[in-house]
Write a protein that binds this ligand. Sequence first.
Ligand code: GRF
Length: 218
Amino acid sequence: MTMRIAVAISGRGSNLEALLRALQPGAPAEIVLVVSDRAEAAGLAHARSREIPAMVLRDPADAAAWLERLGEYRIDLLVLAGYLRLVPAPVIAAYRGRIINTHPSLLPAFGGKGMYGERVHQAVLESGARETGVTIHLVDEGYDRGAVLAQSRVPVLRDDTPERLAARVLEVEHRLLPAAVLAAAAAGRPVPLEQSPVASHQSRPRDKTPNAPSPGKP
Ligand code: GRF
C-alpha cells in the first residue's frame, strides 16, 4: 500500500522538491498534501505545479484544523521539511511515531528553540566544531528532541561561511530526507535508517556522531 504523506513547510521548500523528485509515480509513498504556516512560502509552488493540494494554515496552533486536514487526506506520515513552528501537542499525540523532521545539524548539538536556518550554521562556525551534518528524527512535543532516525556528517572547512556551510549541508539533507522517507514507506512507519532494507551508506547511528559541543539549548 502506498504511504500517504503530508509535508509541512515554512519557506523555500527545497527539501519538499527533493522529496517530490524521489517519489516518482510507482514509488511506495506519495505526497498528497502540502501545508504551510505562511501564505508566501515559495515552496508552495512546487506542490501547486504538480497539482498537489497546498494549504495555508490560518492558525498553525489550531490542533483541530490540523487533525481535520490530516484525517481528510488519510495521512500516514507527516514530514516537517523546513517547518519552523511547533506542531500542536494533540496532533503529535494522535500521530506519535508518524511525524518526522529534518534538522541541519548533528542533534543534539545545535538544536532547540530558535535554532533554525542560518543561525544553526553560524553557531557551528562560532563553536569551532570541525563537523556538522543532518539529522532526521521523530517529532515529539519539543523542538528537535525526538528519537534520531538518521544522521549524516558534513565536515566544516577552514574558510567556511554560514552560507557555504548551509549549501553543503542542504545537499546532504536532499539525499538523507528522501532516504528516510523511503525507509519509512518500506517499513510502514518511520524507522532508523541503518535498520532499513533501503539503508543508505550516509546514515550513522546517533551514538557515534556528535562530537560538536552542544550550544546548551534544550
Ligand atoms: C533546511 O535546512 C531545514 O533543515 C531547515 O531549514 C531548511 C529549509 O530549507 N529547518 P527548505 O525550505 O527545504 O529549502
